[in-house]
Unconditional design. Structure first.
Length: 172
């Protein structure tokens, strides 16, 4: 049987890292869109699944309604007025890779905006084609025992745990 020196130490370190990673909260961003006169500023934002989009009223009576061409899509709809001065929406996974248009119901011909929802990155997809495949495996193996973008777990070196992450996301 092959015996590796300090295997127990490495396994304890890996287990400790996984426990710490699991204890860390997800880092979602908040993007703020202001209602300014008859416009939303900015009118277009790019977000990730899990981020929060917050619309803030600066005056007048308005709404924030998902949809386009004055037709609601049903994802969200809320007033922006003197009693409801803000509205927040957490970006759901079902919108990944889409553009979510929105408008103000009373001013739908001029008061519009869009939310561009990014596709989530796939750890190990080094060539960015949306799948983890043999080409990505070759990239990782070519960088073995070196630091860099192939270090998927952030321990400073491309090694076994990174290979495990890549194989766990294998899609081809």
């Amino acid at each position: 049987m092959l015996s590796l020196p300090n295997t127990g130490v490495h396994m304890r370190r890996l287990a400790s890292c996984l426990v710490l990673l699991a204890a860390c909260p997800a880092f979602a961003a908040e993007v703020v869109i202001q209602q300014v006169n008859l416009s939303f500023t900015p009118s277009s934002v790019t977000v990730n699944v899990g981020d929060t989009v917050k619309w803030v009223r600066t005056g007048g009576s308005h709404t924030v309604t998902s949809g386009s061409s004055c037709t609601a899509s049903g994802l969200f709809s809320a007033p922006l007025n003197s009693t409801s001065t803000s509205f927040t929406w957490v970006v759901p996974a079902s919108t990944a890779g889409t553009t979510v248009p929105f408008f103000c119901s009373p001013h739908c011909s001029v008061m519009t905006g869009t939310i561009i929802v990014r596709l989530p990155a796939i750890p190990g997809d080094f060539d960015g084609n949306g799948v983890v495949s043999g080409a990505d495996l070759g990239t990782l193996l070519g960088a073995w025992n070196q630091p860099g973008s192939t270090d998927l777990n952030g321990d400073g070196t491309t090694n076994g745990p990174d290979l495990g992450i890549l194989l766990g996301n294998w899609t081809t």
